[in-house]
Design a protein around this ligand. Structure first.
Ligand code: SF4
Length: 363
């Protein structure tokens, strides 16, 4: 239900004037009015999907140091990208980042396309990212709607429809107030206002440049928006994870399949992640040969490791097996590595937690 429609020109002028003074200084940004390097915009936008500005900052710097241009990134091995990305989560982004760099380097001679539809055809670039790159890097009049902008627009108009169903209405309203010029600065200004003023809790409406246009502020129920559909309860999956250690201290890592969750990353081998609890004895029985089991008399269970993904919680029961027969043990896609060298492998946060738990428990 639309209760108020801000006039476009004074509205966007208020936003842009605010941005001239208050723009956040971020490593991938150029000052208001100047165009940043599209490679930087693309890299930052991919990293910022589902990840905070504070977390992304050091990763962005590291990537630019390792690969100053898109050609450099295209020439890098995927494993190098995954290792540098380790800890940032949502690893499909890293694989698509590499694919996209190769496409830009080979098919576009290193130049990112300006057009939203062409950007959309590239790996890892969805509607939001295409609009953001087109607006921020090339100043195209694209409508950019991230989580911050979603919140601001839903408050400006007091949109009662719960998310995610409200997305369409929010995009229509956002389009109505997006200016034809300076769309990049305008989008970044809204992102900044959402991050620093129009926050989810206790928005600082007194310092907001568009408070005069805001329907929620007029009624005083800002925090009610955006209205959200009740959250579904996340299921919990469970597995036994094996820390297989040779007498020389080397531990078995395994590369995950390329496709799917944590695809292409390294892991400690584990049983299937499923909702039913699998007893350790059963896990060992299913995982190893009878002969191996007879010899595997040094088995220790460690403290449970818990991790939460977007759609489920995970509980991993680490089991340490340290016997000399492991000298001959092989596993498809497996690789033996010294724990002090783990930093050189693409280990996701979850597996770093497993390593920390096993090592800490031992100290
Ligand atoms: S007036 Fe308050 S609720 Fe409205 S957009 Fe500004 S900060 Fe957000």
């Amino acid at each position: 239900m639309i209760e108020q429609k801000p006039p476009q020109k004074p509205f966007s002028a208020a936003i842009l004037n605010w941005y001239d003074i208050h723009a956040r200084r971020l490593p991938w940004r150029s000052p208001p009015g100047e165009r940043p390097d599209p490679y930087h915009v693309w890299l930052s936008e991919i990293m910022l999907q589902q990840t905070t500005v504070v977390t992304v900052g050091p990763y962005f710097d590291k990537f630019l140091t390792l690969w100053p241009t898109v050609h450099d990134m295209a020439a890098a091995p995927l494993d190098g990208i995954l290792t540098a990305w380790a800890g940032l989560g949502y690893y499909a982004r890293a694989r698509n980042l590499h694919k996209c760099a190769i496409t830009i380097s080979k098919e576009f001679n290193g130049h990112f396309p300006k057009d939203r539809d062409q950007l959309l055809s590239l790996p890892g670039i969805g509607p939001y990212t295409a609009a953001a790159i087109s607006a921020i890097a090339f100043d195209k009049a694209e409508v950019v709607v991230d989580g911050n902008i979603e919140r601001i627009v839903s408050r400006l108009y007091r949109i009662d429809t719960p998310l995610p169903a409200a997305k369409k209405e929010i995009t229509i309203r956002a389009a109505e107030i997006t200016p034809k010029r300076c769309a990049g600065d305008y989008a970044q200004a809204l992102m900044d206002i959402g991050a620093t003023i129009c926050t989810p809790r206790s928005p600082s409406c007194g310092g907001c440049p568009v408070s005069d246009f805001c329907a929620a502020r007029a009624t005083g129920d800002m925090e009610r928006f955006p209205v959200k559909a009740p959250k579904k309860v996340k299921p919990t999956r469970r597995a036994v994870v094996f820390w297989l250690e040779r007498p020389n201290g080397f531990v078995l890592l395994r590369r995950r399949e390329e496709k799917g969750l944590l695809g292409g990353m390294m892991e400690f081998p584990s049983t299937e992640w499923q909702e039913e609890t699998i007893p350790v004895e059963t896990a060992i029985k299913n995982f190893f040969s009878n002969d191996f089991q007879k010899r595997a008399n040094r088995i220790t269970e460690k403290a449970m490791v818990r991790h939460t993904f977007t759609h489920f919680h995970l509980e991993l029961q680490p089991v340490v097996i340290s016997i000399k027969e492991l000298d001959k043990f092989v596993m498809p896609r497996g690789q033996w590595a010294e724990p002090k060298e783990f930093g050189r492998y693409a280990l996701p946060t979850l597996m770093t937690k497993v390593a920390r738990t096993v090592i800490k428990d031992r100290d």
